[in-house]
Design a binder for this molecule. Sequence first.
Ligand code: FEO
Length: 168
Amino acid sequence: MKVSNEILQLLHEQIAMEANASSYYLSVASWCKVTGYEGAACFFRAHSAEEREHMLKIIQYLNELKIHVKIPSIEEPPQNMESLEQVCKIALDNEQNVTKSINKIIDTAQKENDHRTNVFLEWFVNEQIEEEDLFETIMQKFDVIGRDNLALHEIDKILDKLKNKKDA
Ligand code: FEO
């Protein structure tokens, strides 16, 4: 096999993490839509699709090495959405955990001199810089604009604008 069992296990865990993130964002999009946050619903729906793309990237990497992937079952995402700020904070926490997880795989790949996996994961390192920046920026909006109804309406509009770009 072209990667070690440990790398294979870690990449499978990463596939599950991306799949669960996709599911969480979809669930948040559903809650946003029925709560009146139209812009946030679009943002999280788009973000859910991005997480699925991340999952597919890893599957494709392994498949190109002729390694079969065991597609994981998805956990039921948390349902206790309380506020727009809370779901964004959970998203930021999730992204920070994804970064840690990617770093762990890279540490292992470097220890094993698995240059292929190391280089493959570079894309994810850069992606996670953008992902964390995106959700940190969103969290700052609550402090800068506020948390009353008008402020939330404004943040909802900002989320709509952010749905297709991470560098705003
Ligand atoms: Fe695929 Fe948002 O990390």
